[in-house]
Design a protein around this ligand. Sequence first.
Ligand code: GLN
Length: 535
Amino acid sequence: MTKYVFVTGGVCSGLGKGITASSIALLLKAKGYKVFMQKFDPYMNVDPGTMSPIQHGEVFVTADGCETDLDLGHYERFIDEELNYTSNITNGKIYSSVIEKERKGDFLGATIQIVPHISNEIKNKIYEAGITSKADIVITEIGGTVGDIESSVMMESLRQFRLEQGRENSLFVHTTLVPYLYGSNELKTKPTQNSIIELRRLGIQPDILVTRSNISLTESTKKKIALFGSIPEENIIEAVDVQNIYQIPMNFHDQKIEDIILKQFNLKLSTSKLKYWKDLIHTVNHLTKEIEISLVGKYTELHDAYISVVESLKHAGYKYETKININWVDSEALEKEVDLSKVFKNSKGIIVPGGFGSRGIEGMIKAIEYARVNDIPYLGLCLGMQLATIEFARNVCGVKDANSTEFNELCKEPIIDLMSDQKCIINMGGTLRLGNYECSLKEGTKAHEFYHQDKILERHRHRYEFNNQYKELLENNGLVFSGINEPSNLVEIIELPTQKFHVACQFHPEFKSRPTRPHPLFDNFIKASINNDNH
Ligand code: GLN
């Protein structure tokens, strides 16, 4: 029978609920339990796929093709399990599914109400995650802050869930902030007390409290929180600020959070298998080299828009004991820049990640040209692959008007064009080419060498593709198409064998990189960048 852990947040947002949930999941997995994770987002969008990356950060894509919240990226990186469509539920999803049922007549004439219809739908989504994953423990994070209007029905559903399942099958972890006040020089517990009161008002008493603070709690602070919050002192887990998020599971482990959970669930406490994670932290804390990589994109003002890319670069860096410093390059500003050597002066490699729309495109193309001409390792991801083919067509093959119909619908030389099955699509949400597709690798290419495999599975999120009518021309000029999706004949990977590393892919390898297992493309990109001594 599946047990359920719910992670809520109070006081303010940005406390690291996602990392808290992931760390708990990692620790339970290390005890030998099968874990699964889920995130509830209280907004009305059906999924974040249509939201601006500058507002909402990266859209993480699961293997089964769901566009999800970036927290799912943390989950997968921490627990190294593939999540799916049951893992990200939004108010938009809940409401549209209830309304769809109502239109079909499924409710047999009943008046549809927030309670019980919406709350039942929410509970069903939680149960569905448990049933379909067959996990021993499902960890569900509730987005937003306790007290928000948006999440109030979700909280009501959790209250009902506890009634149905009891303490031995459901557990509440509440994350709060304990601020330090300079001047009076003390930690303040009142915001935490109030946030617990707010939670109780909704009928929920937390079992465990995770307190975020910049210094360790004093004994008396802890006692005070325990007393006012009706939480045993040992169930107050400190989350003191850390340099590296991968340290957090170990800090929680030292405070035995997983044992507290397992005891409440009446589950066996075996020894934890955490050596691999300790080794990782040791590596992270003892990096001997550092290099700079330029990331050229148009969403650079919000670094979270590229979080999986940044994490993937770090993971590859760990393998070579190298710290990766990112040089954030705004592609729109780059369009006006005359001296690119100034911008890329200290960079050992250049990366152009995914993106949508025409803003800043010419800046990205300039960066790719600079990388190619100066033989600086270049990794292109999705849009970064499409632009690499445009750059090559324009500057090597002499196709001056080469472009993508995404930026100019009537362009004369559509090197990149809308996929044929996208042409009659009207709805923008959830209609891209999403999730896992197979890619066959050509023998004798860099891609084949990096993966050591003939066929790979990678995750996608795009609407446009390379136009095969230009394939011969580009090939004749030296570009190698090293990965193809055979059923659709779609180009998946390109490379320039004359360069140290000039590789780009239509898919998003950043979704599959793990801290202890860097993705082969990132691994080899960082390796080539470290060895790049002409720059
Ligand atoms: N905008 C491009 C497309 O839709 C690339 C998408 C991306 O980079 N994720 O095909």
